[in-house]
Design a protein around this ligand. Structure first.
Ligand SMILES: Nc1nc2c(c(=O)[nH]1)N[C@H]1C(S)=C(S)[C@@H](COP(=O)(O)OP(=O)(O)OC[C@H]3O[C@@H](n4cnc5c(=O)[nH]c(N)nc54)[C@H](O)[C@@H]3O)O[C@H]1N2
Ligand SMILES: Nc1nc2c(c(=O)[nH]1)N[C@H]1C(S)=C(S)[C@@H](COP(=O)(O)OP(=O)(O)OC[C@H]3O[C@@H](n4cnc5c(=O)[nH]c(N)nc54)[C@H](O)[C@@H]3O)O[C@H]1N2
Ligand SMILES: [Mo]
Length: 768
């Protein structure tokens, strides 16, 4: 009889029980209460394979010889030298002290964006910031790759960003009250598998089933038919990418032309409506924004647009907008235009009506709202105020000291001499990776702390091997999850890997701040403490009982208090004077005095159609395809790329690019063939997969393949970020514009072999 242990654990893709036999993972079972567990849970054993793990602290040879004066161009090609933990932590603490002393703490760039593990205690980037705040601070970042343009424009027009973080109408509210549901983007089980900080139950499908059962009229506005489950029988409007703002404004224009806009709502609840109205009617620029105008831009049928405009005011209607729409050039506009359209319809604040953002983009958006305090480690007080918009990292490295704008403010990029990245993978997540490669040669020292030999780790000077969550104790939870989940250690640490907390504790010791860093608690002391803070909060504030720590730890989960059936802005609608918004007018901003003052041409005083830098309607775009790089089905970003659910989506050794059969035929491409994608920024290979489920003119290559470059020629794994555009969404939001990208595609005659194996061979060469 084997002696199998059952170990409760959690990842961003959900909770599960790991079956462990003598330090070996022999099985994974989904969390009992989860109605739709993610297949990615079955890939976690991949973390216990040594192939791609960092097994000891490593230092790049050239850096070891010349330190801060070494040649940054050798990053990625120099071989690595193993050192002891004592030596590694001394090198790191000496660099932090040296750069802070010689250049000031703003020259330490520790934005360190990334999803790391879902554990809220060993949260790598928070612990990094906590340590650096004890020694004078660092340059950080604001917003996320997920959402930046969106929250920036919503803070300005709604007073905060809650409508895109799960604070809009909950999905149960929509499922019971909405009659017409218009989905801009997706509501897909593909993306709702994941939730930052873990999730107890995946509920999207449950609500979508109810919507189907109630025979709600569902319209899907997306280049991809399968952005909604087919059993919803949605009407599909296959829009040209990046043109949704035009559709929304055309719909609003039709409603206004018919005299059906809600004048009373606009007067009571909005400011600047006349500015938007004069744009819609054409008084402002001589162009009437109607169905015909929108059809021309979006490639949709004018009659369908007109019919939809009438339906929106004839029924209880709800607009949902995916986060992807704002990860594009001028991504502020579809978020603002949807708000403008919803305001014209006048149902904001009613059950099942109005607008909300990001449903299904993460598993908890639209779920019942968790009202307790979710467990989180504190990064302490910020010692200095120095930041960049998260996706402006290449700009910062290439242009130290030059100005940038953000939310109407002008600031200067710091002179980043030391880069410390813990728990993120910029050579996965950033756009235009060839441009990042150039910028990456500039800093004096780059430290990467990660369990894996990622494309970023390979390009570091010092690599610190963190353990994965499987090798330590932690807890998961977040403000969109209905459970706090225990993450028990399942296996012994691999090689010399240490937990993130232990690594930062040792560096803090050398920096002389350990006592303030660890506050005298060890791992289990902290896990217990963070849980107890949440438990005390819900007891005192909400009179809600959570089990004591030992019971929680033993059973593996604790349910949190949740609020169901939430109607966003109901109080505001009832009495806008009594419940004003935190905006310039106290009301919903449709015409902005602040933006009028700023006078930006890429984010104007009202929602507008502003053509993006690259799109299918641009002159000369006729033989180009619009590349969408959406989230990968079988993994989270670049994590667990070699796991079974990730490999299932690859073919012939690399990622698949989806093409419409018409586009394939014109290019002589057949299903399963190796193809080359390229533009002025770069090139990669992928395997063609033909499907009529997408609009002609659109290609889809998921993110997350490990960047596998050769000395010459295209990237081999199918990483879309060698092609994507690295510009801010606008001077106002400065978000990531990944979904704005035109490419060419052609057959590629030979298949140079399996990209995963090639990556492995490259690692071997770097380490011997
Ligand atoms: N083209 C294109 N690019 C995109 C997007 C897109 O839509 N299109 N989407 C963007 C979005 S929304 C996001 S959020 C980003 C995601 O970008 P990232 O968050 O950078 O992606 P991940 O692959 O999750 O990287 C997490 C890293 O943390 C490491 N890690 C895991 N556990 C631990 C741990 O316990 N300790 C430490 N120290 N490290 C750990 C993993 O090995 C991995 O290297 O990508 C963005 N990039
Ligand atoms: N399995 C899995 N799930 C994930 C992640 C993952 O890596 N793997 N990542 C998570 C993260 S960090 C985030 S931020 C979320 C992101 O969540 P989203 O941003 O919602 O996800 P995406 O897959 O990027 O895009 C969803 C769909 O939007 C459509 N779309 C793109 N551009 C346009 C456009 O211009 N107009 C219209 N109408 N539609 C468009 C595309 O067809 C795409 O399939 O996903 C999360 N979920
Ligand atoms: Mo994201």
């Amino acid at each position: 009889m084997s002696n199998v242990r059952r170990v409760p654990h959690c990842s961003h893709w959900g909770a599960y029980t790991i079956l462990v036999d003598d330090n070996r993972i022999v099985g994974v079972e989904p969390f009992g209460p989860d109605p739709a567990p993610s297949p990615i849970i079955h890939s976690v054993a991949e973390w216990t394979k040594s192939d791609r793990r960092v097994l000891q602290p490593l230092v790049r040879q050239g850096w070891l010889e010349d330190r801060g004066a070494s040649d940054g161009r050798k990053r990625g090609s120099d071989r690595f030298v193993p050192v002891s933990w004592d030596e590694a932590t001394t090198l790191v603490s000496d660099e932090i002290s040296r750069v802070a002393r010689d250049y000031g703490n703003a020259s330490i760039f520790a934005g360190s964006y990334g999803w790391t593990s879902c554990g809220r205690f060993h949260h790598a980037s928070t612990l990094l910031k906590r340590m650096l705040n004890l020694v004078g601070g660092y340059t950080g970042h604001v917003d996320t790759y997920s959402i930046a343009a969106g929250p920036v424009i919503l803070r300005h027009t709604l007073g905060n960003e809650s409508a895109c973080g799960g604070g809009a109408n909950t999905l149960d509210n929509i499922a019971e009250h909405t009659e017409t549901l218009v989905v801009f983007g997706a509501m897909s089980p593909r993306t709702s598998q994941s939730e930052a900080g873990g999730i107890g139950t995946h509920q999207l499908e449950t609500h979508l089933r109810r919507i189907a059962e109630r025979r709600v009229k569902v319209v899907l506005v997306s280049p991809l038919r399968d952005d909604l489950p087919d059993w919803l029988n949605a009407e599909w409007m296959p829009i040209r990418p990046n043109t949704d703002a035009a559709l929304m404004l055309g719909l609003a224009g039709e409603i206004v032309a018919a005299g059906r806009h809600d004048r009373d709502f606009l007067d009571r609840c909005t400011s600047g409506a006349d500015t938007l109205l004069s744009y819609l009617t054409g008084t402002q620029d001589g162009v009437v924004k109607d169905a015909g105008w929108a059809a021309e831009i979006t490639g949709l049928d004018a009659t369908a647009i007109r019919t939809l405009a009438a339906q929106l005011v004839d029924s209880r209607s709800m607009l949902t907008v995916s986060w992807s729409l704002q990860r594009a050039h001028h991504g502020e506009q579809p978020f603002w235009a949807a708000l403008g359209l919803a305001a014209m319809i006048g149902q904001i604040g009613l059950p099942g009506g109005g607008v909300g953002y990001g449903y299904g983009s993460l598993g908890g958006v639209g779920a019942p709202i968790q009202t307790g305090k979710s467990p989180a480690m504190s990064r302490g007080m910020d010692a200095i105020r120095s930041f960049i918009p998260v996706a402006r990292v290449t700009d910062m490295l290439l242009n130290p000291g030059t100005p940038f704008t953000y939310q109407g403010e002008t600031r200067n990029y710091p002179d980043a001499r030391l880069v410390y990245w813990a728990g993120g993978n910029p050579f996965h997540h950033h756009q235009d990776l060839n441009r990042l490669s150039e910028a990456w040669t500039r800093p004096e020292t780059i430290i990467v702390q990660d369990p894996m030999m990622t494309a970023t780790a390979r390009r570091a000077d010092i690599i610190l091997p963190a353990s994965t969550s499987l090798e330590r104790n932690d807890l998961a939870g977040n403000r969109r999850s209905d459970y706090i989940l225990a993450m028990h250690q399942a296996v012994a640490p691999m090689g010399q890997a240490l937990s993130d907390f232990e690594i930062f504790s040792r560096i803090s010791e050398k920096l002389g701040v350990r006592a303030d860093f660890d506050e005298g608690r060890d791992e289990m002391g902290w896990v217990r403490h963070l849980y107890d803070l949440s438990r005390t909060d819900v007891r005192e504030r909400l009179d809600f009982d959570m089990p004591d720590f030992n019971t929680f730890w033993e059973q593996g989960f604790a349910a949190c208090p949740t609020q169901h059936n939430h109607t966003y802005l109901a109080n505001f609608r009832a009495d806008p004077q009594a419940a004003p918004l935190a905006t310039e007018s106290g009301r919903i901003v449709l015409g902005s005095a602040a933006l009028a003052q700023l006078g930006y041409d890429d984010c104007r005083a009202h929602p507008a159609w502003i053509p993006p830098a690259e799109w299918l309607g641009a002159p000369g775009a006729s033989d180009a395809l619009h590349l969408l790089s959406h989230q990968p089905k079988g993994r989270l970003h670049s994590q667990l790329e070699t796991g079974p659910s990730s490999r299932e989506e690859k073919r012939n050794g690399r990622e698949q690019v989806r093409l419409n059969p018409d586009d394939a035929t014109t290019r002589g491409i057949t299903d399963g063939q190796t193809v080359r994608l390229w533009n002025d920024r770069g090139a990669c290979l992928a395997t063609a997969r033909l499907t009529a489920d997408q609009r002609p003119g659109v290609a889809v290559l998921p993110t997350g393949a490990w960047l596998t470059e050769q000395a010459e020629g295209p990237e081999l794994a199918g990483n879309p970020n060698v092609l994507t555009l690295d510009v801010g969404t606008s001077q106002f939001g400065q978000g990531c514009s990944a979904q704005t990208c035109l490419v060419r595609i052609a057959p590629h005659d030979d298949n140079p072999g399996d990209a995963i194996e090639i990556y492995q061979a490259q690692l071997t060469a770097l380490l011997t």
